[in-house]
Design a protein around this ligand. Sequence first.
Ligand SMILES: [Zn+2]
Length: 471
Amino acid sequence: MKWISAACIHNWGWQKLKVLVIGIDGASPILVERWLEDLPTFQRIKKEGYFGISVPPTPAQTPVAWTTFMTGKNPGKHDIFSFIMRQRKTYERQIAQPAMIKSKTLWTLLCEKEKRVGIINVPMSDMKQVKGFIIPGFLAPTEGIPNPELIQKKLTRKFGIQRFIGDVETEVLLNVKKEPLRFFDRVNQITEETAQISLFLAEEENWDFFMTVLMGTDRIQHFFWRFIDPNHQKYKRNQFTELVREYYKKIDGILKKFLDIMDKETIMIVLSDHGFCPVHSELVINNYLEESGFLKIKNERIDLLKSKAVSYGYGDIWLNVKGREPQGLIESGKEYETTRNTIIQKLRELRFNSEKPFKDIKKREEIYWGNNLRNSPDLVAIFNLGWQAARRPEIMKKHPSRMYVNRNPRWSGGHDGTHDPVDVPGIIGFVGRNIHGPKEVMVHLQDMAPTILQIMDIPIPEDMDGQPMVF
Ligand SMILES: [Zn+2]
């Protein structure tokens, strides 16, 4: 066990503090700074507290980032490498979900120490081992179902709900272009409901650690980033610019309500899992793998068994290795290395009208470590700003120019392309007991679980990768 350092003991004065975390999925430090004049609560956090940027893991995707937050570990240990991963035995795509996390979460550790937790709408959270209450969030099979039943009954009595809706319905998302205002209305409505339910439970229930996540920022920014970022090739100011600003004002108002109900023994942490960057082009990596002979097609579909390398739709590239995959084609050792080096070189050379889609292509051991490194993609492509992997990894029709690119895709903002974590930082803020700002801070998401354990005076497990912040 790592114990808090003497300096920390002095700083914290052995206080057993409570922690309240407000997660704002995808909230961007660029926008908070730009609109600060209209965001009085963020101003207050900046003035009285610590404020700065949080650096997401690679890839900077919602499930990977929140899992890194809640375990204090890199993906090589917690085993969540992407939204979509390869199932080794069947080669099929597998969507990330909480049961796949191979590590104790912050809340498990807290509950083991008899702390009471409340977890609302956190992506990749599930019901297991929680002393207290939980409403699982995005990607959980039990998403939106309050647990235990007593909490569900209380919420039904107060708000008339059985199942809590934390995210915009697919049908609304599919029609954003046609009905943008309906989308904004729905995001605002869900945000208000999430805030009301979270405030109600935070006030009514006993807890030592409470966390809620608002998802609207992420959903809005994917669709409307080109209306807010002057660095976007298709930047245009219009009514949407104002609607996004209004949304940040709404978030600011919600933060104020939490500060108002917070007691003197609590520290409030505000953070996002990643920020955003412009996206103007999407690239189908699999077309280039096919041209280089690594990927095979059968009946116009990717032949997963006969392919030496394939991408599942982000920056991931998985090799088909003998002795590892059931129908492996590449010898481990020298051939494996040569294959990886050739793919890296080919992708690095790609140019479109002098534009370079890739910033870098990493071998897995360069960015991950730990027991589950063997489950990660063999290569992770990091895109330059403006580019991301096509959401549909299927081969595009043969193109005479050999440019397998979608220009101006449905989303104009991104973060999970895979982008370099330093290109899409999130926000971090601390305010409350023992926090004497102003102070600018920078943390990696994996530092947050150890930092929270330190604040709550709980030993930090040795195998956590993150380091507690020194205040
Ligand atoms: Zn996210």
